[in-house]
Each structure stands twice: as C-alpha cells, then as structure tokens.
Design a protein around this ligand. Structure first.
Ligand code: GLA
Length: 387
C-alpha cells in the first residue's frame, strides 16, 4: 500500500521527496448502538481496512487535496486562510474540519500541505470512512507539526469537527475506535467517562462477517440528529422523577418504574432502547469474558430487534439480512451496525457456516431486494500509524 500511495502522489503532484504515508482504520461496532451520545457503553473494534494518505508539507499556506477514490473531482484547492465548510468542497470538508478544529484548540497550522487520500472502506457502508479520515488527518497534523495530542485527543478533535464543521451531531464511538484500535481486540468504552478496556476477541471457530446491504437511505444526518434529540427529550422527562445524568445511568428496572414520566410515545421508545442497549452491551462483554458466545449472539439479535422496533434506525433491507441470518444454523448473532438507515449488518458466524451464510443471504436478498449483498470477513486491526 505504501508504494501505491507514493505512486499516486507522484502521479498527482510530482516527486516523492519528503512524502510520508499514513493510515487510520475504519471500525465495526459489535454491540452498543446509539448509546454513545446517551452516556452508555459501546463495543466497537478497529478494522484492517481504512483510509491512507500520502502527504508533503508545503512552504506556503495552500492546501491541495486529492482522493484516488474520486479521481474525477481532481485536486480540490483551498488554503489555511479559508478553513470553512462549503458544499462544493465535498469530501474535503472532513480533513478541512479537522484542520479547523486544531486551530480552534490553539494549534495553529504553520504551513499548507499536498495530500493524496485513498480509502478501502466500501463507500456508504457505515464502517466509518469519515471517522477514519478525521483521525487520519489529526494524526498527520500531529506527526507533521509536532503538536501535543494523544490518540484520545485525536478522537475528540475528530468528533468536534464532525459536530461543528460538518453538521452531524455524532457521538465519540467511531473516532475513538479508529484512534484507539488494537489488533484482535474490541474496545469496551464507557462514553460517559471515556474510561475503556480492551477485550481480546478470540473467536475460536467463528468469524466476524460484515454484510453490506448496498443501500443508504436519504436524510441520514437529519434522521440521526432527530434520534439524538428524541433521546435527550426522554432523558429530560425522566429527570423530573429520577436523579440521573444520562440514560446510561439507568437500569432496565429503573426505566420501567419511571417510564410513564415520558409522555411522548416516540421519546419513550427511544429512551427504552438507549437504556436497554447499554445494559445489553455490559452483559455482552461479561458473556464474552466468560467465553459464552451464545449469550453474546443472543444479545446481538436483541440489539437488532430494539433498533428495528424502538429506535427505528434499521431499514427493510437490513432487517431482511439480519432476520435471514438468524435462521441459518451456525450463525451466533446478527444485527445492523453503525448509525443505520442502510449500511451493513455484523454477524458472528461459525467457520463451517460461512459459505452457507453467504449463499443463503445472497439468494434471499436477490429475491426480495433485487441486489446481491457484499460480504467482508473482517479482521480487527491497530489504530493510526505511519507506514
Ligand atoms: C454513528 C455515529 C456514532 C454512533 C453510531 C450509532 O456511527 O457516528 O457516534 O452514534 O452512529 O451507534
């Protein structure tokens, strides 16, 4: 990959001298969905796929950004004196947002850069290509200019830029998973405190299979922001009857005892998901530690049902993928992963069932949706690095 990136850089900008190559991973979330902005737990892992960049620091304030994924857009030119989002700036609003966020934190960028990006995360799949480009940009700025920022800070800066520059009110999960990734480990993160622990994923005789529905429904950002507001509404109503800072503070029993305080039916469903999903995530990690993969899988399935019925961030296509998966012997668990409204499911499938899994899902999906889904047997990789 390093050679490919250097060649791409030479083709686009000329020369290889002083060019450095970097990588930051995408992520898949095993369980704990839409809990990260509700003070709950998440359990994602970084992948071996992600975004690469070949970078050369300039002597002036120009920024020349190019993506080998969007060749036809050519070099998108801007400067450190114009770190503002523009719709026509398209994907470059992500790296620019991180540059802006560094400056907002007092880390003024001394000079511009020429950068070629390339990502091997399938577009629109919900495997966090945007978080990987944010963390990658932060990593590049730190390495190029010597800023003092830990990987955790790169995650927070990435989230800050996405919230305030790119207009998606996302939580911390995706950037944290990318910045803090560790090979063969998932990250059990308490989003209320950012305390976390690594949990080794040793799936003896089973694989993590990501299935891409190849659909992305419209208005994803606004629907996501709506969910966030609806859960905030549920919390506010509960706070009139019980002392809690976030929905992640509550047990299922506490929720049931006080849920009538949430008079809005939609908000009540959103609140229920946030509380139960957080508890499921805690139970799932305990099950994994006890080597009880079966319970882990059941909790994944319950997570899907809750996202489908209460949080309403699944979609017909992902329901077909998960529900079909549940019927296949050897499938331990299957659920929609990520923000939702399309994207991917994540499944844990026994080695000997992987082929049947792919065949059955392909057949059913083709019949019902008219498309063949894509499958990726994923590996858990490390966080950002120089190559
Ligand atoms: C998106 C967001 C995350 C998280 C998930 C849902 O991926 O970026 O912060 O909220 O959706 O779990």
């Amino acid at each position: 990959m390093k050679q490919f990136m250097l060649d791409e850089f030479k083709k686009v900008f000329g020369g290889k001298d002083g060019v450095k190559v970097y990588f930051a991973p995408g992520r898949v979330n095993l369980i704990g969905e839409h809990t990260d902005y509700n003070g709950g737990h998440v359990f994602p892992c970084a992948l071996t796929i992600g975004t690469y960049a070949a970078v050369r620091v300039r002597n002036d304030r120009e920024l020349n950004l190019y993506s080998s994924n969007f060749e036809s857009m050519g070099i998108i030119k801007t400067s450190l004196d114009d770190l503002k989002p523009y719709p026509e700036a398209d994907w470059t609003n992500y790296p620019k947002g991180v540059m802006w966020a560094f400056e907002e934190r007092g880390m003024k960028l001394p000079s511009g850069m020429d950068i070629v990006f390339y990502g091997d995360i399938p577009a629109g799949s919900g495997l966090s290509s945007s978080a990987s480009i944010e963390v990658l940009t932060g990593f590049i700025l730190r390495e190029s200019f010597g800023f003092k920022a830990e990987n955790k800070d790169l995650a927070l800066i990435g989230q800050f830029s996405e919230n305030n520059f790119n207009g998606c009110n996302c939580g911390i999960m995706d950037q944290f998973a990318s910045a803090m990734g560790k090979k063969d480990n998932a990250i059990f993160l308490d989003t209320a405190t950012l305390n976390f622990e690594y949990a080794p994923i040793k799936l003896e005789g089973a694989k993590i299979v990501v299935t891409n529905s190849l659909v992305k429904h419209s208005l994803v950002t606004s629907a996501y922001n709506d969910r966030r507001n609806e859960s905030a509404g549920a919390l506010k109503a509960l706070q009139t009857v019980i002392d809690c800072k976030t929905l992640g503070d509550l047990t299922e029993e506490e929720f049931e005892a006080h849920k009538d305080a949430i008079t809005d039916e939609i908000q009540r469903k959103r609140g229920k998901h946030a509380v139960y999903e957080n508890q499921r995530t805690i139970k799932a990690v305990a099950a994994l530690k006890a080597k009880d993969l079966e319970t882990f899988g059941k909790l994944m399935n319950a997570s899907h049902v809750s996202l489908r019925d209460d949080y309403e961030t699944s979609c017909e296509e992902c329901d077909i993928l998960a529900e079909t998966a549940w019927t296949i012997p050897g499938v331990i668990g299957s659920r929609i992963t990520g923000g939702g409204f399309g994207g991917c499911t994540v499944s844990i499938v026994k080695d000997e069932a992987v082929e049947t899994f792919k065949e059955t899902l392909s057949k059913v999906y083709l019949e019902k949706v008219g498309k063949t889904p894509e499958f990726y047997v994923v590996e858990i990789g490390d966080g950002p690095r120089a190559l």
